[in-house]
Design a protein around this ligand. Structure first.
Ligand SMILES: *[C@@H]1O[C@H](CO)[C@@H](O)[C@H](O)[C@H]1NC(C)=O
Ligand SMILES: *[C@@H]1O[C@H](CO)[C@@H](O)[C@H](O)[C@H]1NC(C)=O
Ligand SMILES: *[C@@H]1O[C@H](CO)[C@@H](O)[C@H](O)[C@H]1NC(C)=O
Length: 505
């Protein structure tokens, strides 16, 4: 079984030090079989049991082949050993999500990349994503905080400046007393969102670094490292508070670079339902400031119109460039991706072009962009190379019977299949009605309809008359040829094409 996350997640993951949870089947597992002592090993058989017995436990879902997991392992183990002597002890555990028997467990917990760490509270009744650092010391201090009270009391200016840093969102409740419905609702919110934001509460607004200092409360003041730097809010309904925190913590323009403190905002950007506009440029370029301010103006101008804006540094964007099939000589460039996967591109953009182009896009005047490898000059090998730009001609309009493999260059099963497909192609060399072809699905956009490519290799067959079947048989020369013979249209069947067209009308 193989599953594929929505593609834009994959691109985000590359930036966020995660391995995509794809191509499970291709793992060449080498289980680092060092003797681990402090991190508990869980699997599908005892996961619920063990989690059920803990008031607070962290579980890492990992895959043995994932480099980011290997890097985390010694840090995680070290943190586990330190936290085992914390009072009360904090338990760290791991699940091999690559193991067939544990995959359902991983799916249940929405594991989309590796490593994924989750915090389980109250025997698993409350689950939160771990959003802390990846080295031992950082893990320890993040988890100490997570296992303590959800909101910290601010009693001094020092408390306030320790809590309210330069990099993260901090939500502070100012109260005349630490009781009453407002205080309880604030605490409930802190409990709910504690892994996403830091929370504090105080009796004295004068201790806080920004905002009106004479307020007695109740008021919630949200500090953020961007835009207007703080916002006050006074509606203490839990839902209203949550909405306020979520909305105020989205920057007008999300910055995407190598700074890990920006990553929570990048995740938010990719998780929202808007169309996503992304401007990629070299941040050390002399025009960078001009771009940033013009882009920000555009983002303000299109606020509430269903587009979110991200500004990406070329330095951090290799994953994005590969995913979108972009070239460095196209920067500065702006690309918009809609939730249904359509893309729109403007390469070599100038600061003053951004607003009119986005307007054109909104008006439906920009044609979609499709990623394609160049059309091959020489396509004389037995297995024909198809790219996005030749898919229509080679597969849909050729009037031939086409077996098409969707592959990924890194996929082991695809490599194993390659010589077999060669043999199949050779045996059809003298048959002009049959084409054996392949398409690199990582370098070309493919239409979801009719091709449902969830893993590699995926093989489809389109008969001359347009019947489309996916190949599910064994990957042997004999079986593939049998399948082609069973599904192909023989010369003389050509009338079927006409008939089918009539049927459709
Ligand atoms: C859970 O079960 C696995 C497999 O039986 C075992 O290796 C592991 O030690 C168990 N974990 C705990 C914490 O009991
Ligand atoms: C606290 O939250 C609950 C649930 O949203 C709401 O019914 C109640 O009115 C809130 N209390 C105050 C003082 O806003
Ligand atoms: C960005 O521009 C600087 C200065 O012109 C240059 O040194 C650097 O290599 C560029 N970065 C990339 C990723 O092209």
């Amino acid at each position: 079984m193989v599953f594929r996350a929505p593609n834009w997640i994959l691109f985000a993951l590359v930036a966020l030090s995660l391995c995509a949870a794809v191509a499970f089947a291709d793992a060449d597992a080498d289980d680092g079989s060092e003797s681990k002592e402090f991190v508990l090993t869980l699997d599908h058989s005892n996961f619920s049991d063990v989690v059920g017995k803990h008031d607070f436990i962290v579980v890492e879902f990992y895959a043995p082949w994932c480099g980011h997991c290997k890097k985390l392992a010694p840090e995680y183990e070290k943190a586990a050993s330190i936290l085992s002597s914390h009072d009360p002890p904090i338990a760290l555990a791991k699940v091999d999500a690559n193991e067939e028997a544990n995959r359902e467990l991983a799916t249940e917990h929405e594991v989309k990349g590796f490593p994924t760490l989750k915090i389980f509270r109250k025997g698993g009744k409350a689950v939160q994503e771990y959003k802390g650092p990846r080295e031992a010391e950082g893990i320890v201090s993040y988890l100490k905080k997570q296992s303590g009270p959800a909101s910290a009391e601010i009693k001094s200016v020092d408390d306030a400046s320790n809590l309210i840093g330069e990099k993260s969102i901090v939500v502070v409740g100012v109260f005349p007393k630490f009781s009453g419905e407002e205080y309880e609702n604030f605490t409930a919110l802190a409990e709910k969102l504690r892994s996403d934001y830091e929370f504090g509460h105080t009796l004295d607004a004068k201790l806080l670094p920004r905002g009106e200092s004479s307020v007695a409360g109740p008021v919630v003041r949200l500090f953020k490292p961007f835009d207007e730097l703080f916002v006050d809010f006074k509606d203490f309904h839990v839902d209203a508070l949550e909405k306020f925190v979520e909305e105020s913590s989205v920057p007008v323009v999300t910055v995407f670079n190598n700074d890990p403190s920006n990553h929570p905002f990048v995740i938010k950007f990719f998780n929202n339902v808007n169309a996503k506009a992304m401007l990629f440029m070299n941040f050390t370029n002399e025009l960078a400031e001009s771009f940033k301010s013009k882009y920000r103006d555009v983002a303000e101008q299109f606020k509430g119109e269903g587009i979110s804006f991200l500004l990406g540094d070329l330095d951090a964007s290799q994953g994005a460039f590969q995913y979108f099939g972009l070239k460095e000589d196209q920067v500065p460039l702006i690309i918009i991706q809609t939730t249904d996967g359509q893309k729109y591109l403007k390469a070599n953009v100038e600061p003053d072009h951004i607003a009119p182009w986005v307007k054109d896009y909104k008006a439906g005047n920009v044609p979609p962009y499709r990623k394609s490898e160049p059309i091959p000059q020489d396509n004389s090998e037995p297995v024909k190379v198809v790219v996005a730009d030749t898919l229509q001609d080679t597969v849909f309009n050729s009037g031939k019977n086409v077996l098409l493999e969707f592959y990924a260059p890194w996929c082991g099963h695809c490599k194993k299949l390659a010589p077999i497909l060669d043999e199949v192609a050779l045996s059809y060399e003298s048959d002009a009605d049959v084409v054996i072809a392949k398409l690199d699905a990582t370098a070309n956009d493919i239409p979801n309809d009719p091709f449902d490519v969830k893993g590699y290799p995926t093989i489809y067959f389109r008969s001359a008359s347009g019947k489309i079947v996916s190949y599910e048989g064994d990957r042997t020369k004999e079986d593939i040829i049998d399948f082609i013979e069973k599904n192909r249209d023989k010369a003389g069947d050509a009338t079927t094409e006409e008939e089918e067209k009539k049927d459709e009308l």
